[in-house]
Design a protein around this ligand. Structure first.
Ligand code: NAD
Length: 279
């Protein structure tokens, strides 16, 4: 989608982190912005900062887990700005969780509801209108390197992000088969400096548990990895380039690519997975 200026972008999880950086970048390209998020305070702050930079921006408070709220977002964006040209399905949470045991089953559900069902709802809700417009349009789904490499103790997150990669590949092929003018990209970063390690701030009260020693240790590792991660504006620049050039894969971290190659080699060589830590 070469033409950005004057067109409309809807960004979920737009109140902070990668979503907010995308809003700044697409605002700078002259796009009209609809930011949607569950966090009211940061959303208001984001809108204020973007308007101060001279961008046309509206906000929508919603929970991406709820289909009727995603539909209301689509209607609100269309009513305010007309045709929607760019949808960034980006809202997400980082959450650990091992596979064995039923204690954390509802936290698994919360993670997958946001990270995977939220993206499915976004695609299924927005696509009919974006296709019917008949104008160049684009969808960016935020996955992760965890959509290619499944670290231990990150089960629900890995499952959700592999799902987003699969959904995006499927959608890209479907759009080509149908000859539609909607491009698709999947964003797969390793660590980025955002609030992801504090995702539990949005956990429903009934799902809160006292942190265990193991959980605290894991949190400290995540804090350090995220703090040492890529700056958000670098990710946003890569997303913008991919939208303009219609690139499907957005792999922001070159140092993670060999691990994808190794995994592919392991699969075809019938080598069993071994534990590792990395992006
Ligand atoms: N930061 C990283 O290291 C990293 C790496 C790979 C992928 N990602 C992905 O990037 C995306 C953005 O995360 P981030 O790193 O910017 O973290 P972040 O916490 O800074 O931003 C996530 C945003 O999503 C919003 N959100 C959470 N639950 C929501 C819900 N139910 N409904 C609506 N909005 C909700 C949050 O309020 C927040 O504004 C996520 O999908 C995440 O999985 C992040």
């Amino acid at each position: 989608m070469e033409q950005l200026a004057g067109h409309t972008a809807v960004i979920t999880g737009g109140a902070s982190g990668i979503g907010l950086a995308m809003a700044h970048r697409f605002g700078a390209e002259g796009m009209k912005l609809m930011l949607a998020d569950i966090e009211v305070g940061p959303l208001a702050g984001a809108v204020e900062a973007l308007r101060a930079d001279g961008y046309e921006v509206e906000s929508f408070e919603f929970d991406v887990r709820e289909l009727d709220q995603v539909r209301a977002l689509e209607a609100a964006a269309r009513e305010r700005f007309g045709n929607i040209h760019l949808l960034c399905n980006n809202a997400g949470v980082g959450a650990g969780g091992q596979v064995a045991g039923l204690d954390d089953i509802e936290r698994w559900r919360w993670t997958i509801d946001i990270n995977l069902w939220g993206v499915i709802y976004g695609c299924k809700t927005f696509l009919p209108g974006m296709i019917a417009q008949g104008e160049p349009a684009h969808i960016v789904n935020t996955a992760s390197m965890a959509g290619h490499l499944a670290n231990a103790f990150m089960g629900a997150y890995n499952v959700s992000k592999y799902g987003v990669v699969a959904l995006s590949e499927t959608l890209s092929r479907e759009m080509q088969v149908a000859g539609n003018s909607v491009g698709v990209s999947v964003l797969c970063p390793a660590f980025v400096q955002t609030g992801i390690a504090d995702s539990a701030r949005n956990l429903p009260a009934e799902l809160h548990v006292e942190p265990t020693e193991e959980g605290e240790a894991m949190k400290q590792i995540m804090d350090a990895l995220v703090a040492g991660g890529m700056e958000t504006h670098v990710v946003a620049d890569a997303v913008c380039d991919a939208v303009i050039n219609n690139n499907f894969w957005i792999l922001t971290h070159d140092d993670s690519k060999p691990a994808i190659m190794s995994r592919a080699d392991d699969i075809i060589s019938n080598v069993n997975p071994v534990p590792y830590m990395g992006g």
